[in-house]
Design a protein around this ligand. Structure first.
Ligand code: F6P
Length: 549
């Protein structure tokens, strides 16, 4: 297949970039009073404003040509139809099935999976109701007060992000804690704060072979057994979520306590499955179901809206425009809502584990960059940390600004103060301040002319830095579901355009394999292999020697 760079739309965009490089976004606003209307979309739970990008109607139309030439719509339909788009693992990509509220059959590998998916949701609901109502009892007949979710990557980041985002809706019936790091400091801290008699552990691992999760799960079980628990009462305190039922049983979780997920759900797209149990335990099943409902609304939009008014498609195309044609190699996610403080970490996995690839579907090296570096923070904190670079650094970093009209926890005077910054920052990044404006300002302040000339270059803000603004009505289960699904589909579309396999993650394997070999070498009596490079060998030896002193 021809490289993407050979497509006529790609070449037209390359040509078009030459014209656009000399343009200023702020001038595009002065030239077109209708720019905001043309480049924004009202969606069910939020407004998506992409007018502060360096684009014209011609750019949009050329980008849509690229989407058509790469058959984004066709591939989208194949994903929803359950085709094996995860080619290297030979699996369907059907996280959308987990939130499909249409009632239609969900065909995967020739079988209608709707009854299976709904059956598992039913089991989740029953467990959540039992635990939250106090009917589920621990070994000493006390009700559960704490849930400890043990998992990493996709089996942690989604539930953690969502429980943080929605915690203002929790009734406080259960405290949910997360353990992901293999660093014992994390599990030790959590175990210090819970009581074995009233704690339910959820071991979340799609593969049930992830070493970090296995080690943490074993530590949790040992702690339980040495603090009053027994093998006979383990089933009251340990449940598992996995597609590897055999391994979960081997670990010691009874079959009735295992919630199934399937190989057609990628780890980083799995919060909609029973991996989302901690969310449902904290918030109640109804709110978890609303999260699914919100995602389903976005799925419907993605399937049905024409490409030119399709938010995930447009967001993906803007990312391609900024990254591949304008050459901006990083993208920031800036949340102006404290409850979304884990969103950047979640999206880092979703985007970079999916599209951080350098060969195409045919296995040939890409002739263009794929996923940019995704990073971010709570916006207002970032302003006092790294926004200096966003405004005046040598790199241009496009950003998504995510804010809400209504706070989940209104405190008089705070929300408008926060949102004033949300609005100000995208305006400042776009408009900048010219040398003339700096001069006029300093002159008006009575600064001496020689001093003014000294200061001008330092105070100039070049501007022309692209941003998207997502303005939610409020962070609620439905809007959060829709927001996450928006990004999931953006990732899908970008994977198609970049011609990369978005649904495998071979790049995380090598380090895992090497770590497994190194761990035994760290034991005092074991040799450090001569096969290591000199740096790694010396580091290991230094560590071992220092540890023994
Ligand atoms: O980091 C690699 C990875 O395989 C992720 O894709 C996944 O989300 C994570 O590890 C956890 O995997 P599991 O759910 O199988 O424990």
């Amino acid at each position: 297949m021809a490289s993407r760079t050979e497509l006529s739309s790609w070449q037209a965009l390359t040509q078009h970039t030459q014209n656009m490089r000399t343009r200023k976004i702020k001038d595009l606003f002065s030239e077109d009073q209708a720019r905001f209307d043309k480049f924004s979309l009202q969606l069910p739970h939020f407004l998506f404003d992409f007018s502060k990008n360096l684009i014209t109607e011609e750019t949009k139309s050329l980008l849509l040509d690229l989407a058509k030439e790469t058959d984004v719509a066709g591939w989208r339909d194949k994903m929803f139809a359950g085709e094996h788009l995860n080619r290297t693992e030979d699996r369907a990509v059907m996280h959308v099935a987990l939130r499909d509220k249409s009632g239609a059959p969900i065909m995967i590998d020739g079988k209608d999976m709707r009854p299976v998916v709904e059956g598992e949701l039913k089991r989740m609901r029953a467990l959540v109701e039992q635990v939250r109502s106090g009917e589920w009892r621990g070994y000493s007949d006390k009700a559960i007060t704490d849930v400890v979710s043990i998992g990493i990557g996709g089996s942690n980041l989604g539930p953690l992000m969502a429980t943080e985002a929605l915690k203002s809706y929790a009734d406080g019936r259960l405290n949910v804690h997360y353990v992901s790091n293999v660093d014992g400091a994390q599990i030790a801290d959590v175990l210090d704060h819970v009581d074995p008699e009233t704690t339910l552990f959820v071991i979340a691992s799609k593969s049930f072979t992830t070493p970090e999760t296995t080690l943490n799960a074993n530590t949790a079980r040992a702690w339980f057994l040495s603090n009053g628990g027994s093998e006979d009462t383990t089933s009251r305190h340990f449940i598992a979520v996995s597609s590897n039922v055999e391994k979960a049983v081997a670990f010691g979780v009874g079959k009735d306590n295992i919630f199934e997920m399937w190989d057609w759900v990628g780890g980083r797209f799995s919060l909609w499955s029973a991996i989302g149990l901690p969310i449902a335990l904290q918030l109640g099943f109804e709110l978890f179901d609303e999260l699914l409902q919100g995602a389903f609304e976005m799925d419907t939009h993605f399937r049905e809206a024409p490409l030119e008014a399709n938010a995930p498609v447009l967001m993906a195309l803007l990312g391609v425009w900024n990254g591949n044609f304008l050459g901006y190699r990083a993208h920031a996610l800036l949340a102006y809502d404290q409850c979304l403080h884990r969103l950047p970490a979640y999206m880092q996995q979703a985007e970079m584990e999916s599209n951080g690839k350098s060969v195409n579907w045919a296995g040939e090296p890409l002739a263009y960059p794929s996923c940019p570096l995704i990073w971010g923070e709570v916006g207002i904190n970032g302003q006092h940390a790294f926004y200096q670079l966003l405004h005046q650094g040598t790199d241009i970093i496009p950003a998504d600004f995510i804010g809400s009209i209504n706070s989940t926890q209104p405190v008089p005077g705070h929300h408008d103060a926060l949102m004033a910054n949300y609005f100000a920052q995208t305006e400042a990044l776009m408009k900048g301040i010219s040398a003339e404006e700096v001069r006029a300002d300093l002159t008006a302040k009575g600064v001496a002319p020689e001093r003014i000339e000294e200061l001008v270059p330092h105070k100039v803000h070049p501007g022309n830095r692209p941003t998207n603004s997502l303005l939610l009505n409020k962070v609620e289960a439905k809007s959060l579901g829709a927001l996450i699904a928006l990004y999931e589909h953006k990732i899908f579309v970008q994977g198609i355009i970049w011609d990369v396999h978005s649904f495998d993650q071979w790049g995380v394997e090598l380090g895992k394999v090497l770590a497994a070999g190194i761990e035994p070498e760290l034991a005092p009596d074991n040799e450090v292999s001569g096969k290591h490079d000199a740096s790694t060998r010396h580091l290991i030896e230094y560590y071992k020697k220092a540890k023994q002193q």
